[in-house]
Design a protein around this ligand. Structure first.
Ligand SMILES: Nc1ccn([C@H]2C[C@H](O)[C@@H](COP(=O)(O)OP(=O)(O)OP(=O)(O)O)O2)c(=O)n1
Length: 116
């Protein structure tokens, strides 16, 4: 994990996965973290994420007019989705870093860039 001025600037999916496993183990929450429960929890967090954008109309890139507290809330909900996604991949035995990297390559083959 890399930090700069108290801020994490880089972290791997594996590091997050390890931290989540530790968090769950310390609380004995593994019993609740079945694939289906994690999927439902993730979808619930996608709902919370959607609520932040609800009724605002279109939003400018970079969210220039948003309050800091709203941006912070957005970061938390995005993180909840990511953290459940990582746990879901782990419990299903999917290496998300490998799968996502391979998918980007597959996408590039399916959608080649326009030739100049
Ligand atoms: N059984 C659980 C419960 C929570 N979490 C973790 C993953 C999420 O990052 C976060 C979700 O916590 P909450 O359910 O409290 O949801 P929020 O943080 O969104 O709180 P609220 O719904 O009150 O806004 O906690 C988890 O791993 N396993």
């Amino acid at each position: 994990m890399e930090r700069e001025e108290g801020k994490v600037t880089d972290v791997s999916l594996k590091e997050l996965s390890r931290k989540l496993e530790e968090f769950s183990k310390e609380r004995d929450w593994g019993q609740y973290h079945s694939p289906r429960n994690l999927l439902l929890a993730m979808v619930g967090e996608v709902g919370e994420l959607s609520e932040i954008f609800m009724w605002r109309g279109e939003v400018a890139k970079g969210l220039p007019n948003w309050k800091e507290s709203d941006k912070e809330h957005l970061g938390e909900e995005l993180s909840d989705v990511l953290l459940y996604l990582i746990q879901l991949a782990d419990i299903c035995g999917i290496d998300l870093a490998d799968a996502a990297t391979k998918k980007i390559i597959k996408n590039a083959i399916k959608y080649p860039p326009k030739s100049q």
